[in-house]
Structures are given as C-alpha cells and as structure tokens.
Design a protein around this ligand. Structure first.
Ligand code: NDP
Length: 416
C-alpha cells in the first residue's frame, strides 16, 4: 500500500508528517489535510527546512473538514491515498473511519473516538464506537489499526510482547507514564487540552480482578522509580489501552498510572471545582452559550508551541508481573525520550514525538504487508516484534529491564 493522507495538523500530526517524509520511498506521496490549511503548510515548510524528505516526492497541504465523510472520501480518491493516518481530534474518528470503509483505504489513529457531549463513558470504550464498525471493516477488507500512538499503542505492543515471551501466567500489567520534562510555562497540557482534561474529569476506570473498577481521579497515587526519570508520583488514571488489553490478554489486573506534579494537580482542581472543565454548555449574562472546557482550551498554550525550549525526558513503560516456571517474575519494557533531541530532529516536544513515530511505524508495516490485517485490530492483536524493531530504527528505542539487567530490546535477538 502506498500514498498517505494525514488528517490533522497539530502537534502529533507534525511529527507524523516528518516521519512519513523521512520514509517516503516506502510510503509514496504525503498529503496533510486539516481544518486550517495554513497549519498543514507550516508543517510542510518545516519538513523542507529540516531536510527531512527522504527522496524527491509529493508533499501537499489540503483544507478539509473531516466530519464531512464525502469530502474525505473524495480527497482519499483524488490523492490516491491507500493509507489514512488520523491524528486530528478524536471527535473525528468515526467519520474518518467511515470514509476509509467507503474507499478501501487503511485507517490508523492514536486515540479512541469521543462524543463531545459525553465524558468517561461505560467501559470498554472501544465497544461504544469503533468496534461497532468491526464487521463493516471485515466485509470491506479494510485494515483499521486502532490506537497506534505510544499510549495507547506502543504500550499495548509491550504488553503483548511480555505476555507472549516471558511468562507462563501474567498477574498484572501497570502502564506508567512519566514526563519529567519542563516547558517553562505557568500551565500547559502536552497534547490537546480538551482531550487531556476529558480523561480526568469523571470516573477513572481500572481493570482489577478481571472486572472494571470505578475510581476517582487522584484517589490512588503511588511513587514509581523509573529508569532515567527516577522517582515520581503517578496516579491511577482512566486510559484507552485498558479497554482493549482487558479483552485481548488474559490478565486480571491492568492499570494505567500517569505522573503529575503538585502544581498540575492544584491548577486542575481549581479549574474543575470552578466548573471550568465541564463539557456541558453554560449561558453567559449576555445570553451566549459557551462550553467552559472549550474556553479553557482556547486560553491555554497550543501544545505544539511548547516544543522550543522544552527540556528533560519522558519515560513510559509496562511493568509486567507474573510467574515463569513456578517462580515469580517481573519485567519492565520501556522507552525514554528527550524533549530537546525531538526538537532538534523534527521541531517537536517528546509527547508529540512518542505518539507520532509509532503511528508511522504502523503505517509502514501496513505498507509492507506485515500488519495489513484487512480487518479492524487493536495494536496488541498484531505481532509486536516487527513494530518494536522498526521503531528502534526510527528514533524510539525500546529497552527492557529484568533479572538479566537493563538493555535495548531487540525483539529478533530476544526471541532467537
Ligand atoms: P491538536 O489539538 O494539536 O491537533 C488536532 C488537529 O485536528 C488540529 O490541527 C485541528 O485543526 C484538527 N481538526 C479538528 N477538527 C477538525 C476537522 N473537523 N477536520 C479536520 N481537522 C480537524 O492535537 P494533538 O496533535 O496534540 O493530538 C492529536 C491526536 O493524537 C488526538 O487524538 C490525541 O488524543 C492523540 N494523542 C495520542 C497520544 C498517544 O500516545 N496515543 C499522545 C498524544 C496525543 P485546527 O488546527 O484547525 O483546530
């Protein structure tokens, strides 16, 4: 499969476009489409500036309202795109997926579909939206890889790799996401603030003893000692990957922990307690209807703008515990990423980078046929080995820490 249509022109799309350009011999024409075409054009300029186009080829910007399924289908056809990478807002997912089903193009995204009017819906979240179109994908022979960023995405592949290769039985998977970087602003989120806050404003779901458990945000905190970033507090958070891992892996406990500093928590609590994180419209004294969360998004820094001057590192990984040959065993599979190195390479911060690189690796595996499943799949349903190996060569290196030490995880060597 060849020729890529990237939807969205935010922080993640920026990295996605750079990485597609670095691999355009395989991927072919690179088209970027978003609501604001000037943002697509700016990405193209930055690719040229950094010299990130692997070989001479098409790099084109398009204005698109991706809620318009017919317009999206027309663009897929006119650009000859066989792979669509949806890195726009997750409100678009079901429209873009429909356009892919209608044209036969492969579909990839990095987050679960959301309805602007609802937050923290009943689990499993994929069953509320994407999985309802699973049969349609199968009938149309359309490959749809769901949640192929870092988390969800790479952490699902880590979970599958650990589950298949190191254990007889897995008891728990704790996914730990620490950003020990500093952007120097009073307050900012590292990706779309609206989506970021929506993850935390209501029930936090975790998978405990093979059942969904409802928790409150910041109810459960724990200090984790991670490689490179060291000791930091992380809190049980609801997250996409639990909603597929709980279905596809036979593991009774799967939890997601995200690191937050005290300052973030204070600001979040103030905003939330004032009602400013609500997705429900309110009427102002002048009679205007506004959504508080949309106002907060509008006044906060654009996550992409944090990239210049962002320092420090991230560490995201899966701590997997279980038994092997009757003995207790644990492995940590993880990645660390440096904000400044990401900026030097593609002009982005590490959170955008860690989400944007994997989705391109997944697209490349579809292009090569390795991951071209011709049906809807979550990342952990695919072979994780070629994915991890490819990312090792693309700037996102996976490491493993177990009883044999801390080393780069080269899946082929590990399996030999
Ligand atoms: P941004 O808010 O920076 O970008 C979203 C883009 O979508 C914007 O360019 C926006 O356009 C565009 N868009 C919005 N509505 C439409 C529309 N109707 N038609 C076309 N384009 C539209 O988000 P991020 O780049 O930070 O995040 C992108 C995605 O990646 C999100 O789904 C996020 O949840 C996910 N993500 C996943 C991670 C992972 O590890 N799995 C990590 C980080 C993010 P405009 O500029 O005009 O508003």
């Amino acid at each position: 499969k060849r020729n890529v249509l990237i939807i969205g022109a935010g922080g993640v799309a920026h990295v996605t476009a750079h990485k597609c350009a670095q691999n355009n011999k395989l991927l072919g024409d690179i088209n970027i489409a978003s609501r604001t075409v000037t943002k697509c054009e700016a990405i193209i300029d930055s690719i040229k500036e950094k010299g990130n186009l692997q070989s001479p080829g098409v790099l084109r910007a398009h204005a698109l309202d991706a809620y318009d399924i017919e317009a999206t289908k027309a663009l897929i056809r006119s650009t000859g795109s066989q792979i669509v990478i949806n890195v726009g807002t997750p409100f678009l997912n079901m429209s873009v997926l429909e356009a892919c089903i209608g044209t036969g193009a492969a579909y990839l995204d990095t987050a679960i579909h959301e309805d602007p009017k609802k937050v923290c819906e009943p689990p499993p979240w994929y069953a509320n939206y994407e999985w309802k179109r699973s049969q349609a994908c199968k009938e149309a022979g359309v490959t749809a890889v769901l949640g192929a960023g870092f988390d969800p995405g790479v952490v699902n592949a880590y979970a599958r790799f650990a589950y298949d290769n190191y254990f007889d039985q897995v008891d728990s998977i704790d996914i730990i996401d620490i950003n020990a970087g500093s952007h120097g602003r009073y307050f900012a989120t590292n990706f779309d603030p609206e989506i970021n806050f929506r993850e935390f404003t209501s029930t936090v779901w975790s998978w405990e003893n093979s059942q969904w458990k409802a928790n409150k945000m910041f109810e459960h905190g724990k200090e984790w000692d991670m490689p490179v970033t060291g000791k930091s507090m992380a809190y049980l958070t609801g997250h996409d990957e639990l909603h597929s891992l709980s279905r596809f892996l036979d593991v009774p406990n799967i939890r997601f922990w995200m690191g937050f500093g005290e300052h973030y928590i204070n600001v979040f609590n103030v905003l939330k307690n004032l009602g400013l994180l609500s997705e429900k419209p309110v009427r102002t004294a002048r009679g205007q209807e506004i959504v508080p969360l949309e106002v907060v998004k509008a006044v906060l820094p654009d996550p992409a703008s944090l990239a210049a001057g962002y320092t420090g590192k991230t560490c995201i990984g899966d701590l997997v515990k279980g038994t092997k040959d009757g003995q207790p065993k644990e492995v940590l599979i993880y990645n660390t990423c440096d904000h400044e190195a990401c900026y030097a390479e593609v002009g982005s911060q590490a959170i955008s980078y860690t989400a944007g690189v994997p989705v391109v690796a997944a697209a490349m595996l579809i292009a090569k046929g390795t991951w071209d499943a011709k049906r809807m799949v979550n990342v952990e349903e695919q072979d994780p080995a070629p994915f991890i190996a490819l990312m090792n060569d693309m700037g996102l290196v996976t490491r493993i820490k177990d009883e044999h030490g801390d080393r780069i995880l080269n899946p082929m060597q590990e399996l030999a």
